[in-house]
Design a protein. Structure first.
Length: 365
């Protein structure tokens, strides 16, 4: 009986000591999709990315991508950055001012051997929606346009791994909203794994299927994004921004009152959507813990459209007077932020059957 080939993966064991800071991480990441390195400024996200790229040398270190060893100090293996087959997008676009957009992208293409070219110039241009910008110089581009060109240039190298170091951090909210749909399109269209550094949880929730949570040069946890942001033993599941990410599928859209019905493992959610969504379309939804209230009996005659049967999994103190409640609605984990008084009045404890009243749902993709 033939054994299945191993799944592509990214593995990195990195140790790097500097005055006042030490990076010490052991990463085991999926070789597909978007993985976010998330944490506060100064926690080591960028240092980790640079070490994987070979721009900063971890000692000792070991980096293996899809079975190819890029660094192994124990075996005295070191592959220079330009031989690692990676693309790197920095916070600032760093385009060549003397070249137009076409010249900047072609520069990346020319550095890639013919045998390794997987992404054509035309494909990169179409994916980033920059066909109308090809003859412009960088000085004539907006911040969002410059960053899209920088991403296209990185893709033109047909990377085995795409590294993105806070690519939206230098953009205002309008420009971020302009670029994000293109990042989602890349993920859906190309089979290139992405390591994405960010300290913005909204970006992570929208883009990343996997997450590495970092603090002070260490890994607090790594795993599927939906699991990490709802674990009560981790900081992301606490505070006013705590939320759940739900993967769902459009079941129907009512054009009369602009209500889209989305099915997921815990039932269905109704949400206002001025844009008609086709049945079968995959959606990623975000439900904030502060928008979920709990009841012991199914409410009737309520303005709240989404009432889900659920089971309490855990209860933890959140802030003075507040509790965070983890719930299972089918196979989906939800969070609800309630007052300590309400938790006591409802006798909330693991195993307690409740009804989750979801007051707000946001589409994040």
């Amino acid at each position: 009986m033939e054994t299945a080939p191993p799944l592509p993966s990214i593995d990195a064991r990195l140790h790097l000591a500097r005055p006042g800071f030490t990076l010490d991480v052991d990463l085991h990441l999926p070789g597909r999709g978007v993985t976010a390195l998330f944490g506060p400024s100064g926690c080591g996200k960028t240092t980790c990315l640079r070490a994987i790229a070979g721009l900063t040398r971890a000692q000792p270190g070991r980096v293996m991508v899809h079975g190819e060893v890029w660094q192994d100090d124990a075996q005295k293996i070191w592959l220079a950055s330009h031989k690692r087959g990676l693309g790197y997008v920095f916070q600032e676009a760093s385009l060549f001012d003397h070249l137009n957009v076409r010249g900047n992208i072609t520069y990346g293409l020319q550095r890639t051997p013919l045998a390794r070219r997987q992404v054509a110039l035309e494909q990169a241009v179409e994916l980033l929606g920059i066909g109308h910008l090809m003859e412009r110089k960088p000085q004539a581009l907006s911040g969002g346009e410059r960053q899209r060109v920088a991403i296209a240039r990185a893709l033109a190298t047909s990377p085995r791994l795409l590294l993105m170091d806070e690519p939206l951090a230098a953009l205002d909210a309008q420009r971020k909203a302009e670029v994000l749909p293109y990042l989602e399109k890349l993920h859906r269209t190309l089979d290139i794994p992405v390591l994405y550094v960010s300290h913005a949880i909204d970006e992570v929730a929208r883009l990343a299927s996997h997450m590495v949570l970092m603090r002070e040069g260490r890994v607090l946890a790594q795993g599927p994004t939906g699991e990490l942001i709802t674990r009560l033993d981790l900081p992301l599941a606490h505070g006013d921004a705590a939320a759940t990410v739900i993967e769902g599928t459009v079941q129907r859209h009512d054009a009369h009152d602009h209500i889209t019905t989305v099915g997921f493992s815990g039932g269905q959610l109704l949400l206002v959507s001025p844009t008609a969504r086709a049945p079968g379309e995959a959606l990623r939804l975000r439900v904030q813990a502060r928008d979920v209230s709990l009841a012991l009996a199914a409410p009737s005659d309520s303005s709240i459209l989404n009432i889900l049967p659920a089971t309490v999994v855990a209860v933890a103190e959140d802030s003075p007077g507040q509790c965070m409640v983890a719930l299972d609605a089918g196979a989906t984990r939800l969070l609800a932020r309630v007052t300590q008084r309400s938790a006591q009045a409802l006798a909330l404890a693991p195993g307690r059957a409740v009804f989750a009243q979801v007051k707000g749902v946001t589409i994040v993709n």
